[in-house]
Design a protein around this ligand. Sequence first.
Ligand SMILES: [Zn+2]
Length: 376
Amino acid sequence: MLKIIHRILLTFVMLASAGFFSAGVTVAYKNSKTEKTIKTETISEGVYFNAADLESVFKSIIKEEKNDNRIYLSLLGEQFIFLVNSAYYSFKNVQYNMHYPLIRKEMSYLLPSQFLLERLPAHFPGDIQIQKGKLTLSEPKDYSIRTIVIDPGHGGKDPGAVGRKYKTQEKDVNLAVTLKLKSMLEKELGINVLLTRADDRFVSLYERTKYANDRAADLFVSIHANSSVSTASKGIEVYYLSTATTTESRAVEALENSVVELYEGGKTATKKYDDLAIILSDILQAEHLEASNNLASHVQLNLVAGTKAYDRGVKQANFYVLRGAFMPAILCELGFLSNPDEEVLLKNPEYQERMARTLFEGIKRFKFRYDRIRSI
Ligand SMILES: [Zn+2]
């Protein structure tokens, strides 16, 4: 009898050491019976898990930058930076020690279980706790981008910039590109697209962002064409909101904000926007600065790559139309109507189609990244 028990025990030990009974960390959700397991394995005394397994729990993304050998982990909207074979990582510019190094194994990155069980609850006390040996998370939330407001600038009595050579009106270019972009986003990504105007009519700047806020849109994209006193000015630039601006940005800002003085009742209206800004927007839009900056970068990169236009870069300016938006918001200047060569392009339906396509690509890439980072 003893012999049999001994044999059973021996088999058990052999199976266990062969990893037959896989160990792991249980992940539970508050107010939900759903549980997941992140598998662990022992490597030279350290207990490790595959960093890619964080994805199914946190929708995190891990990638290595080949040029600096750093490994970037995006999780719950924050970034961790690791080095291969180093026990140290950086989080919000502070160095932390995991006691065991990150190991690269074939195509995966293995992290010590301390990172999961000790460091993550310490970094995200509101979202991640350790209870009875289980990692406990808040309920999964759906932050994915489903509704986008596109705002074709100007309209009706306000033509926006006017081309020098062919008198092309900015409001028409903005609307044409917007309608094409709307159809791509709806058909190819199934996104609900709302427009601040779908025809040639005047809409105040206040109404534009109020429209987006009232419908709880996830993104606000304002479409414009530029103008300058110099016929040589050219290229594409994408703005996101900031009060810290350069002189050049202030010129564009003044141009786009002038609609308030020109068409919305002069100085009194400007005062109204300034008050509004103080009350509503500065704090609320500040929450979205990073996402707005990110969206602006994706859109700028794709616009320039797809149109081969001159790259004026991502800029910050204080636009009324962005200030009131309680969501990531950008303003795209697609080219200069004051530049005769660019005017020819801007009024060309094929070029408008290309601009819409590249705007679509930029938004699509931002959406894929943002949906994953924002979801718990
Ligand atoms: Zn404009």
